[in-house]
Design a binder for this molecule. Structure first.
Ligand SMILES: *Cc1c(COP(=O)(O)O)cnc(C)c1O
Length: 453
């Protein structure tokens, strides 16, 4: 057989529970600390920002957490997402490897983000909240939350990193189509934004700044909460529908992955596809290799420090222990905007620190090369972020060829690139450059880490 194969599940196979890896970790996660007192935060500390149901999930140690009916009903629109065996890509690479990919681009937003946006909007609505503020880098998270807001009748206010706001005008149109408001960050709507603009009037923004603005707006009003599209435990939890479905699809295929690969920005699509498999391993099941792929220009897992840090630039968020480049680090403007965050999810950081993950970093040009190769074989144009996973999957498949071994490689095709044609234009015109992080800048940002006893 040379054509690619799709493993389809029935709607009834949409998982009824999310999987919480905290239940299976050999050591409990380090506590989240209050930014002022450095004492572990209490649910009351987080209540101005998040709905209680989300806070409970954030600290839960239950292995399985039920997916509410209304959330599952919406998931049904695009879930279960397909798992493909990429036979045409295998043939193109002439590899003995078995390459599989889980395709999250079938969601209405075109990425995995709605898996958590729908859940978070549901819990906010249930607790009587009227408005949610958030930030977005490349625009995927803002798009997903805008759809969720329209479904649940919630006002959505999105602070979009200014460089993306300017580079990707259609993202704003997308969000506003669903009734959301999209503001370029830094803005003069918030004290955090005004402080940045006073010092750097030409600032093109960063996720850290946009988070500060969104949090500031949320704490000002009782009917408003804040939502984060990655990094936090409850986001990792919601994304595990990806891996739980993939396990059932591997049953159908009569196979099991030897290696699971995903790009890592804040860590949520990586956690989503890998944690259910990792959980099985931690409970005594088969050992698998996990590869987290990040951009060389924002290398938190491979170059950052595993330490307590703030999630934002203005230091309004609690302190979490994570791989970080320092909350003031400004990554250069490469095209995978969804991967431009200074930190990494605490849970992904912890399992990496435990030696359960092999992180690696790639430059953007080699990722686009892989993306074009994949597109020609499989007919789907990956998001620039997803190209990092594609690159690693192709490299692993080529290694199998060299070594003459057949391994099953699974990667998360976490989004399509149909909104990212400017990035592809730049690549096709030979204008895409590899960008290095600046050692000095990372050292400076790391020197500013909070000291936690
Ligand atoms: C947001 C996004 C990412 C990065 O976020 P994670 O939390 O690391 O998944 C990667 N790919 C796509 C397509 C995204 O939308």
């Amino acid at each position: 057989m040379t054509d690619s194969v799709k493993y389809v599940l029935d709607e009834r196979d949409i998982p009824r529970h999310w999987y919480n890896i905290v239940a299976d970790l050999p050591v409990p996660p380090p506590p989240v600390l209050h930014p002022g007192t450095h004492q572990p935060v209490t649910p009351d500390d987080l209540a101005p920002i998040f709905p209680m149901a989300v806070i409970e999930q954030e600290v839960s140690r239950e292995r399985e957490i039920e997916i509410p009916g209304p959330v599952r009903d919406i998931y049904r629109q695009w879930r279960p997402s397909p798992l493909y065996r990429a036979r045409r890509l295998e043939k193109m690479l002439d590899t003995p490897a078995r390459i599989y990919y889980k395709y999250e681009g079938v969601s209405p937003a075109g990425s995995h983000k709605p898996n958590t946006a729908i859940a978070q909007a549901f819990y906010n609505k249930q607790e009587g909240i009227k408005r949610i503020t958030t930030e977005t880098g490349a625009g995927q998270w803002g798009s997903a939350l805008s759809i969720a807001g329209a479904f649940f009748g919630l006002e959505i206010e999105v602070f979009m990193v200014k460089v993306s706001f300017q580079q990707k005008p259609y993202r704003r149109s997308f969000m506003e189509t669903f009734g959301a408001t999209c503001i370029a960050s830094p803005s003069d709507l918030t004290a955090a934004g005004r402080a940045v603009l006073a010092e750097h009037p030409d600032s093109t923004g960063s996720l850290g700044i946009a988070i500060s603005e969104a949090v500031e707006r949320a704490v000002q009003r009782d009917d408003t909460k804040y939502a984060l599209g990655s990094v936090l435990n409850h986001v990792m939890l919601h994304q595990t529908v990806i891996g739980l479905e993939a396990m059932k699809q591997f049953d159908l295929a009569g196979d099991y992955p030897d290696v699971v690969i995903a790009p890592t920005g804040g860590g949520s699509n990586f956690a989503g596809i890998t944690f259910p498999f990792l959980g099985e391993q931690l409970r005594g099941g088969r050992k698998i290799e996990l590869i987290a792929v990040e951009p060389s220009a924002c290398p938190s897992l491979t170059r950052g420090r595993y330490a307590y840090d703030f999630g934002d630039t203005a230091h309004l968020t609690p302190l979490v222990k994570m791989h970080t480049l320092g909350s003031t680090y400004m990554p250069p403007g490469f095209h995978a905007g969804g991967l431009r965050y200074h930190g990494m999810a605490p849970l992904v950081s912890q399992v990496t620190d435990l030696g359960l993950v092999n992180p690696r970093a790639y430059q953007q040009v080699q990722c686009f090369e892989a993306g074009l190769q994949f597109a020609k074989a499989e007919g789907i144009i990956p998001a620039p972020e997803a190209n990092h996973g594609v690159r690693a999957a192709i490299d692993e498949a080529l290694r199998c060829k060299e070594e003459g071994v057949s391994r099953a490689i699974l990667f998360n095709l976490c989004g399509h690139g149909n909104f990212d044609m400017q990035a592809y234009r730049d690549y096709l015109d030979g204008k895409l450059m590899d960008l290095e992080y600046d050692d000095g800048e990372i050292a400076m940002a790391l020197a500013g880490l909070p000291s936690v006893a």
